[in-house]
Ligand binder design. Structure first.
Ligand code: ADP
Length: 760
């Protein structure tokens, strides 16, 4: 009894030890396989059975979990569970079945192997998650203890299965999160779309244990999918391979996904018509995933993950999640580029603005503008053409200096078209534009913007790129903005040029004026000299009559008393001469000081003339001069200062008499004449005298000027008569004209206004 107790205790101990061991395994590992293996090992130890199997039960299906024979672990079951067999019965019924001799059990009718078996459901609550079978090669009676131990182990196994599946779930989620996290992390600071796609598919391909990954971007311009990244790296570059597979993409899986915009999982590519073996790299693929990369409604591209093994649907979900991250990264990159571009644009506009404000000389301005546009915005070729007549002249260029004709006719090329139509041209592919004239052989796309003010095109801004579609709509908008700036710049420069011309004109004018001034100064000096001369003349003129007067007074006193009459006559003449001179001097000085203001009264000119003629009748007769008078009929009165005008007429008559030889004729006439739309009363004194040479005609009105005639004839005088007359007539708002021919005579005409409102 003691012994039995001992043995029982020992067994109990072994059982507990086995259960503890299984428990330790259960807690030490979360992986399903080692735990199941540990349970099966303990089972075989405790119940001394031949083999033990665990099958997993899910969705009405049994799948192999783990198996162990007394001597070794097996990776395959002894046999697959039969539909009508014991394992399915237990799985479906949820109740243990014990068969001490299978040959007697109807479940083994068709397959009698002569042993014993117990089949235990592995349950969590009421749900069967698996079945554990423990079998003997010979019939075996199961003791209640054995069954109790097996039940306990079955509970352990169920827990292990549950833990493992929970763990599996958690760890799948974790792996998934990890991958997403890695993808997000890898992409977060990337702004290059190729790098983003490369990183994303590298990570995904590795994480999904797929054989290859490919990412494609949608080319908006052509609507085609373009290979942008491939993993692993191939011998063919992305570009070369992309070019080769491009035309297949529209029909293939990627094309389908791009047009339907839904993720696709192809478990077996051989059974799916969308799958195309488009190149060697795809020959061994057996399963594929393909998802669209979408930012909102915008399709950016697609990602394909391909495997030589089986890919499952869960992986599609993961890939889809990754593609969302990729889309985010791509649109961020795009935004970044836009911002970057926006900044560059702003700075270009600002720079150009700065240039506009700082450069005024046309050529350096245009050079600076193209340099800025090229540098800041990174265009390959930038040119400015300006219209000159019917030609477009290349005025400034960067990047194309060697390649382009330097002038074009209006009718030529895209540039000519833009000039004619005043419409900007955006040409993504120059080879498709019929107007394109090859200037720069590498050019693939071009934008030409007119520099125009309203309807007037003064030139064009031309930008070219060596890439197809290298220039976009946003470039067009920017260049239109820039064109406005350039136009302002050009206008400013033109204005500046004009100003410069104007200022040089001004300079010339200043020079002219300066020389005029110098001339005037010279004249003033001459006048000054004349004045000095005059003072000398006057002193001489004064001295001569004074000396004569003194001489004849002496003669009167001490000379021949018989000749005293003659002496007296000379004395009187000299006295007269002196008086005239003094009068002239007084007249000119009062005109100068402004004390001689004309006292205007309505006078009849004919009367004044008559009076003077009467006074001079004797003198005329003495000189044998004929007088011819033609007084205008009904001549209206003129507003004049009688004394002053009398002085003028007297002066003219005296001159005429002085400068006409004996036998000549002096004619005087008065009349009304029109000149410059006005009516004038004129008085003309004409003679048939020696005349005035043309070079003297201007000068005879200058003060102190005495002409050749005065020396030829010798005529006494001061050279003041005509100057005084001119100034008097000026003060009457009139003028004196002169016509004269040497040896034929002179004709002085005084023009007095018939109507004038004001006198000064
Ligand atoms: P003056 O007769 O005292 O020299 P004027 O001022 O009267 O001064 O005349 C200036 C000059 O004009 C004269 O010196 C003379 O050379 C010329 N002149 C004036 N009147 C006549 C005239 N009728 N015929 C020819 N020369 C004249």
């Amino acid at each position: 009894m003691e012994n039995e107790k001992l043995i029982e205790n020992q067994e109990q101990y072994l059982i507990l030890e086995a259960l503890r061991e299984a428990g330790i395994q259960l807690t030490s590992s979360l992986e399903q396989e080692p735990v199941l293996d540990a349970i099966l090992t303990q089972t075989l130890n405790l119940v001394k059975a031949g083999d033990a199997h665990i099958f997993l039960y899910n969705d009405g299906k049994l799948t192999f979990g783990s198996a162990r024979w007394a001597d070794a672990r097996k990776s395959e079951p002894f046999s697959e569970p039969r539909e009508e067999g014991i394992t399915y019965s237990v799985a479906r019924g949820g109740k243990r079945i014990v068969s001490s001799n299978v040959n007697e059990n109807p479940l083994f009718q068709k397959w009698q192997w002569g042993g014993a078996i117990v089949s235990l459901p592995l349950k969590i609550g009421e749900q069967v998650v698996g079945v554990m079978n423990v079998a003997y090669e010979q019939p075996h009676e199961f003791s209640p203890e054995e069954l109790r131990v097996l039940e306990l182990l079955a509970v352990q196994a169920a827990i292990a299965l549950q833990n493992a599946s929970l763990y599996e779930e958690v760890s799948t989620d974790r792996r998934r999160l990890r991958l997403l996290y890695e993808v997000t992390n890898a992409l977060v600071s990337e702004y290059d779309s190729s790098v983003i796609l490369q990183k994303a598919i590298d990570l995904t391909t590795t994480a999904l244990k797929a054989s290859s990954g490919e990412a494609f971007l949608l080319d908006r311009l052509t609507g085609e999918l373009r290979l942008a990244a491939q993993s692993p790296k191939r011998e063919l570059s992305v570009d070369d391979r992309g070019e080769l597979i491009k035309r297949h993409l529209a029909e293939g899986l990627e094309g389908w996904v791009a047009s339907h915009r839904v993720p696709v999982w192809i478990p077996n590519v051989n059974h799916d018509p969308r799958w195309l073996n488009i190149d060697d790299f795809r020959t061994n693929v057996s399963s594929a995933l393909c998802v669209p990369i979408q930012a909102g409604e915008d399709l950016l591209g697609v990602i394909s993950i391909l495997s030589e093994d089986y890919l499952n649907e869960d992986q599609l979900d993961l890939l889809n999640a990754i593609s969302k991250q990729v889309a985010l990264a791509l649109s961020n990159a795009l935004k970044f580029h836009r911002v970057e571009r926006g900044l560059a644009e702003l700075s270009a506009l600002q720079q150009v603005g700065r240039v506009v404000n700082s450069r005024l000389e046309m050529q350096s301005l245009l050079d600076e503008v193209v340099e800025q546009v090229r540098q800041v915005l990174g265009y390959e070729i930038v040119e400015i053409y300006l219209v000159e007549g019917e030609m477009l002249q290349l005025k400034a260029a960067k990047g194309s200096e060697d390649g382009l004709a330097h002038e074009m006719h209006w009718s030529e090329g895209i540039i000519g078209r833009v000039t004619r139509t005043n419409q900007a041209a955006y040409i993504p592919d120059v080879s498709k534009d019929p107007d394109y004239v090859v200037g720069y052989p590498d050019s693939k796309s071009e934008i030409v913007v007119p520099l125009s003010k309203g309807d007037i095109v003064i030139g064009v801004l031309n930008v070219e790129s060596p890439e197809l579609g290298g220039l976009g709509e946003s470039d067009l908008q920017l260049l239109i903005l820039l064109a406005d700036q350039v136009l302002v710049a050009v206008e400013n420069a033109t204005l500046y040029n004009r100003l410069q011309k104007h200022s040089s004109q001004l300079e010339r004018l200043v020079e002219e004026r300066t020389s005029e001034l110098a001339e005037a100064l010279e004249q003033a000096r001459v006048a000054e000299r004349l004045k000095t001369q005059f003072v000398a003349d006057v002193s001489h003129e004064l001295r001569t009559p004074l000396a004569n007067i003194r001489l004849y007074l002496e003669l009167l006193n001490f000379g021949n008393p018989e000749r005293s009459g003659e002496y007296l006559e000379t004395l009187l003449r000299e006295n007269d001469r002196l008086a005239i001179l003094i009068e002239d001097l007084l007249a000119i000085s009062s005109l100068d000081t402004g004390t001689a203001m004309p006292n205007l009264k309505a006078e009849d000119l004919n009367t004044l003339v008559h009076r003077l003629v009467m006074d001079r009748k004797r003198m005329l007769a003495e000189k044998s001069l004929k007088l011819n008078l033609e007084m205008g009929d009904q001549l209206p009165n003129v507003m004049v200062d009688e004394g002053m005008i009398t002085q003028v007429i007297a002066s003219l008559m005296t001159n005429a008499m002085h400068y006409t030889r004996a036998g000549g004729t002096i004619s005087i006439n008065t009349k009304i004449q029109s000149w410059e739309d006005e009516e004038w009363v004129t008085l003309t004194v004409a003679d048939t005298g020696i005349g005035i040479p043309p070079e003297e005609q201007e000068r005879v009105f200058e003060r102190f000027y005495r002409g050749k005639a005065s020396r030829m004839l010798p005529v006494p005088g001061t050279g003041l008569g005509l100057a005084i007359s001119k100034e008097i007539v000026d003060r009457h708002h009139g003028h004196i004209s002169l016509q004269s021919k040497v040896d034929q005579g002179s004709e002085f005409t005084v023009w007095l206004p018939l109507h004038h409102e004001k006198t000064s």
